[in-house]
Design a protein around this ligand. Structure first.
Ligand code: GAL
Length: 621
């Protein structure tokens, strides 16, 4: 078909400040030569020393230090060359994975054609060469045209490998599908034809002068970002952005997969899965009988928020759920755009790899890849987190509980870095600031930035695995930006407490009034009643515990005695105090103490109604 080339499509002119990343891939396990690690880097993906990684990755890499997927640098094949397989997809044939993608070695315009790489383990890739050279495309796509997002399926009926792709003019006005076939997964593919699969009148908007140049009435609806999906019953589908990217169409393919099923009948052989939302970069998977469709927004090479939708039947109703990504950078899909969803090797339990492109708009050949593991939850929930580095063993970590990390503040003049011990089976760690999610790390440290000077900030860490199992929160560490790193115990959740009467009160007494000791008012502090024990986890971080102690004058005669224990050792034994004893200031060294226990006894008078306060109780750094 011939489609007239007119004005530039906006997507190509969208200038994006995509971040340069690179990824490296290393040698095949079975041929452990020229091994290089998959390794992406820059910006928010910081590289961490192997020794700093979460336990799982550490265990996995001890035996073979090349088996991980790392986000942030260029990925290389086993010959050490940069992998050129953008917007790609993977087909598994026996025990081999074939990764097809756009080759941008020569820059814009995708001048080389479609690459193919093979691997047995997803870590080490061998270059199978250009399986569909640009020169074998029809004339109109050869020079300035583009061939994007190739996907390949095997058709058991014909024994052929069938590739679909998005073919376009350099200005994106052709917007059509291309189909090629091969006898082997590594080609060579023979180009069959370029066409627009569905012709549908979507109404008034079609007459919009801007859209008229795509000639959809005459030539069919535009076909741009696309994918293929083969269902368990052997039926296959193409999923693509149509109507100049306004809507996502899904169409059943014909028997040999080289065309859509004919005649095309909406609701029967094809559907508008996501109407009028301007989504692209579709990627589909199936789990537990449900279909999942991941898409991006249409901002050209610039990253944006991903979204996913779920359907019970692929040509049925698609319910949009929302952004599957979580944590820092999730609004930009961690600077990437979906390309393909690959079932995790050997898993049939909802474990997948989200394959995405980290585009570099100013040098497409420097674009690289973000692959992230995820597991679909019981209710269809998807949470994709931004691991710096992970290995396939991540999918095996399946404990029902994880130990809580113990956090400390690393000494550093210019930086606030919190560190914690690796938790067995953890795939990563969520970092909370003042109770709100602040970031995610798969190493055992986190640099805190953007603190407002003079503010109190409390950090805690929760370990998690890919199944969404999380540990209890760690101890809290306090950072008072610009000043000493002290924490008032009023700002910290105690780990546990028992007391003779009433409940523990923070910054006021049980009658709602302020903390008062022998007539002196304190704004902050902890109110308790004898006999009481209050436990705090200091994580071995603090040097000194200070507090004003004493009773109020409400029932002046009752006696109490204050004690402080550090890791079970008595650190302070106060004298008897009544409501008439003035507030007393105590300063107790607590260096290296993890468990701080604040005790108030009834002073031997057996009276559990005696109030007692730890006013301005503070752990100082
Ligand atoms: C993106 C699309 C890419 C490529 C690019 C060109 O929106 O996902 O595959 O077509 O636009 O600007």
């Amino acid at each position: 078909m011939k489609i007239n080339d007119t004005k530039s499509k906006t997507v190509i002119s969208k200038n994006v400040n995509a971040v340069i990343i690179l990824m490296i891939i290393s040698a095949l396990l079975v041929r452990p030569v020229k091994a290089q690690n998959i390794s992406l880097q820059e910006s928010n993906h910081e590289l961490f020393a192997l020794s700093n990684l979460a336990g799982l990755v550490r265990a996995e890499t001890k035996d073979n230090p090349t088996n991980w997927i790392e986000l942030g640098k260029s990925w290389r094949d086993i010959d050490g060359n940069v992998i050129e397989a953008h917007g790609g997809g993977i087909l598994q044939v026996g025990d081999t994975y074939f990764w097809y993608g756009e080759n941008h070695r020569l820059g814009f315009g995708n001048q080389t054609g479609i690459s193919c790489y093979s691997s047995k383990d997803l870590y080490h890739w061998e270059n199978e060469g250009i399986v569909l050279p640009k020169v074998s495309m029809p004339d109109m796509f050869r020079d300035s045209g583009v061939v994007e997002r190739p996907k390949v399926l095997f058709n058991a009926g014909t024994g052929k490998y069938v590739m679909w792709m998005h073919l376009d003019a350099g200005n994106y006005t052709y917007a059509c599908a291309g189909v090629a076939v091969a006898d082997n997964p590594n080609g060579k593919f023979r180009f069959l034809r370029a066409f627009r699969p569905i012709t549908f009148d979507y109404g008034e908007r079609m007459n919009n002068p801007r859209l008229k140049r795509f000639a959809e009435k005459e030539k069919g609806n535009t076909y741009r970002d696309m994918t293929l999906f083969q269902d368990d019953d052997g039926k296959a589908y193409t999923i693509y952005s149509a109507e100049d990217n306004a809507s996502i169409y899904i169409s059943l393919l014909n028997q040999d997969y080289t065309d859509v099923a004919k005649p095309s009948i909406i609701g029967k052989t094809w559907t508008i899965a996501i109407p009028n939302r301007f989504r692209e970069a579709p990627a589909v998977c199936k789990s537990n009988g449900k279909y999942y469709l991941f898409t991006s927004a249409t901002t050209g090479w610039a990253s944006n928020a991903a979204s996913y939708a779920i359907a019970d039947s692929i040509l049925g109703h698609w319910e949009i759920i929302g952004n599957p990504c979580s944590g820092a950078g999730s609004e930009f899909t961690f600077q990437s755009q979906s390309a393909f969803i690959l079932p995790a090797p050997g898993k049939n339990d909802g474990s997948f790899i989200f394959m995405a492109d980290w585009w570099n708009s100013s040098a497409l050949n420097k674009s690289t890849y973000i692959w992230l593991p995820f597991k679909i939850g019981r209710y269809g929930e998807v949470v994709i987190e931004n691991y710096d580095k992970w290995s396939l063993g991540i999918f095996d970590a399946n404990p029902s509980s994880l130990a809580a990390p113990v956090v400390r503040l690393a000494d550093s003049k210019d930086k606030h870095i919190i560190k914690w011990n690796p938790v067995a089976s953890a795939a990563g760690y969520r970092i909370f600031k003042n109770g709100k999610l602040n970031g995610f790390s798969c190493s055992t440290e986190y640099e805190v930035s953007g603190l407002v000077p003079g503010t109190n900030n409390l950090f805690s860490v929760v370990a998690c695995n890919i199944n969404g199992v999380t540990s209890h929160a760690s101890n809290l560490v306090g950072i008072r930006n610009g000043e000493a790193h002290n924490i008032l115990l009023s700002d910290v959740a105690e780990e546990n407490y028992t007391q003779g009467w009433g409940v523990l009160t923070i910054d006021h007494t049980d009658n709602g009034g302020p903390i008062v000791i022998a007539g002196r008012i304190f704004k902050r502090g902890i109110g308790t009643h004898a006999n009481s024990e209050i436990l705090y986890n200091l994580g071995g971080l603090y040097k000194q515990f200070t507090s004003w102690i004493g009773r109020n004058t409400e029932m002046p005669d009752g006696k109490v005695q204050f004690r402080v224990y550090g890791d079970g050792r008595l650190l302070y034994l106060g004298s008897m105090m009544t409501g008439r004893t003035p507030a007393q200031y105590i300063e107790i060294p607590v260096s290296g103490v993890f468990e701080l226990k604040l005790v108030v006894t009834d002073g031997g008078d057996g009276d559990a109604y005696d109030d007692a306060s730890w006013a301005e109780a503070c752990a100082s750094y």
